[in-house]
Design a protein. Structure first.
Length: 116
């Protein structure tokens, strides 16, 4: 893999995990009345000297799970992981609502202009 042999290449994969109920209940009315949903965007990094996972977790009462939230999670990851230069290869699934849209294109352009 190029990332393991080169200091200027970084591979990341990111995905929004299936929503998780909190607390986990399965009894009739309690299922619909008492649970709050937890959202999680996970990012896995492979670099020459690093192989790590980052997670951004929030509750449904704070934000939704659209492209703005996924983009904010990726931006927070880029700032926290201090990936600022070199070649970045990002992999994700083709979800139109979260990853394949105008907001994410703007995020990657921002990364190329500001963070590099």
């Amino acid at each position: 893999m190029k990332a393991k042999g080169s200091s200027d290449v970084c591979y990341i994969t990111f995905d929004m995990e299936k929503t998780l109920p909190l607390p986990k209940l399965s009894i009739g009315n309690a299922f619909y009345l008492c649970q709050i949903w937890v959202y999680n965007v996970g990012v896995h990094v492979v670099q020459e000297k690093e192989n790590k996972a980052y997670f951004n977790v929030w509750l449904e009462d704070k934000a939704g799970r659209g492209c703005e939230e996924v983009g904010s999670s990726i931006l927070a990851f880029l700032e926290a992981s201090k990936i600022s230069s070199g070649r970045l290869v990002a992999w994700s699934y083709r979800c139109m609502g979260q990853n394949k849209n105008f907001y994410m294109i703007c995020l990657w352009q921002y990364r190329n202009k500001v963070l590099c």
